[in-house]
Design a protein around this ligand. Structure first.
Ligand code: ZN
Ligand code: ZN
Length: 332
């Protein structure tokens, strides 16, 4: 039984450009010290700016149309503090979700030397991403926007201009939660303000003219309602994903590739950072997951050839049948 049979690197041999240094040169990982993770995607950057603009619009209307002109100081101060705190936490979570590496796999490590160093045993395979030339660990997926393979990728979210993956899911969940909360809070305040204005004189209930006040409040109402629905659904889906330990992509692929789920309280703790505490709601504390070893989950065991991924071509299936004890490098 040979550990490294002749067709071990057949995909690489067939497409020799994978091993050309300029295509496969492993960049430093996790990147030079001080490098910030930021996806240069025009659409994502525009969506992230719109997100900030919408939150700042809500801030403006809540403060200058509703709270500052109000003569009930206790009402204004309490609601002002609560709304501003939630808005600050929402924007901080947004920044953290956008600027945190979601769990990118080292790019370009699918080199002959690296695969040899893994010392694959018979029945073991490694999956290679042909797009970013990396060895793809279990549960990682390639994102065409980030141009990287991301561990436990859930989806790419243009609103945070980043993938949602293993390392930034907490920030994304907090972002959806705080946006849902400020939307609900704004809706309640708009409701009270309308009631108050109908009872009192419209000219006294805001420093703006009555038509401007009504337009600003109705726009805020629409915005808050839309985002309350959108972020509540997103929050629910994400919490469900964490509880069942199944990413959005895995849910879509469930019928194709059934996977053993190990969802539990433990996966919630891993995603949010240890035992339940206020830190779960703090976007400034990292989810204290154990540092994932770079080579964790790279080598996968196949019990039979039927386990070999569907994406494998018929040609390579045939080749594999000839040598069942072989080790494989598969494109995925
Ligand atoms: Zn990739
Ligand atoms: Zn992405």
């Amino acid at each position: 039984m040979m550990l490294i049979p002749t067709h071990h690197f057949r995909d690489i041999e067939r497409k020799p450009e994978y091993l050309q240094p300029e295509k496969c040169a492993p960049p430093p990982f996790p990147g030079p010290v001080g490098t910030m993770w930021f996806i240069r995607d025009g659409c994502g950057i525009a969506c992230a700016i719109v997100t900030w603009f919408l939150v700042l619009y809500a801030e403006f209307v809540v403060l200058f149309v509703m709270l500052v002109p109000s003569r009930d100081y206790a009402y204004s101060i309490i609601n002002g503090i609560v709304f501003n705190l939630l808005a600050f936490l929402a924007l901080a979570s947004h920044c953290r979700a956008m600027l945190t590496d979601p769990g990118a796999v080292p790019k370009g490590n699918a080199t002959k030397e690296f695969i040899e160093s893994l010392q694959l045993k018979p029945g073991q395979v490694v999956y290679k991403c042909p797009k970013c030339c990396s060895i793809k660990p279990d549960r990682a997926h390639h994102c065409s926007v980030c141009k990287r393979c991301i561990r436990k990728m859930d989806h790419h979210c243009p609103w945070v201009n980043n993938c949602v993956g293993e390392n930034n899911q907490k920030y994304f969940v907090l972002f959806t939660m705080y946006i849902a909360l400020i939307s609900l809070h704004a809706l309640i305040m708009v409701g009270f303000h309308f009631l108050h204005c109908f009872e009192e004189d419209w000219t006294k209930c805001s420093s703006f003219s009555p038509p401007t006040t009504v337009i600003l409040l109705i726009l805020l109402c629409f915005e808050a309602l839309l985002f309350l629905i959108f972020t509540s659904v997103m929050f629910g889906t994400q919490v469900h994903s964490i509880c069942t330990d199944e990413t959005g992509i895995e849910r879509l692929q469930r019928t194709k590739q059934p996977r053993e789920q190990s969802g539990s309280w433990k996966s919630v703790q891993e995603a949010f950072g240890g035992n339940f505490s206020l830190n779960w709601f703090n976007p400034f504390t990292r989810p204290c997951q154990p540092e994932t070893p770079i080579d964790k989950g790279l080598v996968r065991q196949v019990s039979s050839l039927s386990d070999v991924d569907n994406m494998e071509t018929a040609e390579s299936q045939l080749e594999a049948t000839k040598d069942r004890d072989s080790v494989e490098v598969l494109d995925e």
